[in-house]
Ligand binder design. Structure first.
Ligand code: SAM
Length: 230
């Protein structure tokens, strides 16, 4: 029921501008980081690939190949059109599927990528199951580039906002933000130590206009000063 509601939400977003996030500033930063981190000619599995921007940019600019999986059929249709328009449809393909329980034929990759996908799952157990599944699609020595929202960061933001007498921000109805503690417990699972996990904390609930540009690196020195002054 909840999954259907979430799928309908993403199907609807697939028809609009900025389908993956209203925060286009953040999206630009994420894309820059993805293009910097993923080496030329890598083979990539992206889960929650949305409208396909990341994989298409990687195919065009870094000669990468790969597969994008998304549980929204409308997003997959949009990503296919986008890949074709950019003449990348021979390098990247998009399929309907969901994590956990990805299609069984996918195989292994140099990189697995999620960009605000795990936060959409319905429970912390489902997030862990998806994480283990994603890791199983890495070649030996492969890397998982995880770009997700973290509750820790949102808590920091809210502490800062409180000092400024701004209202508190909570994650939207369709998200469970990850926590640092949760990730630490996943990383300590023995089968995960064999591969490198590259965790990038996108620390704020960035679609809220008010904190669109308040990234942690800018925020923390400021917050420290405020605490010292308080
Ligand atoms: C926040 S959007 C991000 C899309 C894209 N990565 C981007 O940054 O533009 C999350 C995407 O994950 C997809 N999604 C949510 N839950 C999923 C699941 N369990 N399995 C696969 N895709 C999922 C949604 O349909 C949506 O396209």
């Amino acid at each position: 029921m909840l999954e259907q509601k979430k799928r309908a939400f993403w199907d609807e977003r697939a028809a609009g501008d900025n389908p993956g996030s209203n925060d286009f500033t953040l999206k630009r930063l994420e894309m820059k980081l993805i293009l910097e981190r993923i080496p030329k000619s890598s083979r990539i599995l992206e889960v929650g690939s949305g409208a396909g921007e990341a994989l298409v940019a990687l195919a065009k600019e870094k000669n990468c190949t790969g597969v994008g999986i998304d549980f929204s059929e409308a997003m997959v249709r949009r990503a296919r059109v986008y890949a074709k328009k950019n003449r990348c449809d021979k390098k990247v393909r998009f399929e309907v599927g969901k994590t956990p329980d990805l299609p069984s034929h996918l195989g292994t990759f140099d990189f697995v990528l999620t960009e605000r996908c795990l936060v959409n799952l319905n429970s912390r157990d489902a997030q862990k199951k998806a994480f283990i599944e994603l890791m199983s699609h890495l070649k030996s020595g492969g890397q998982y580039l995880m770009i997700e929202d973290f509750q820790d960061g949102l808590d920091n933001t809210n502490a800062f906002r409180k000092m400024l007498k701004l209202y508190r921000i909570d994650p939207p109805w369709h998200n469970i933000f990850l926590t640092q503690k949760q990730i630490d417990s996943w990383e300590s699972s023995s089968h995960i130590l064999k591969v490198r996990l590259l965790v990038l904390f996108i620390r704020e609930g960035t679609w809220y206009r008010e904190c669109g540009n308040c990234f942690q690196s800018l925020l923390e020195p400021c917050a420290k000063r405020m605490r010292m002054l308080a």
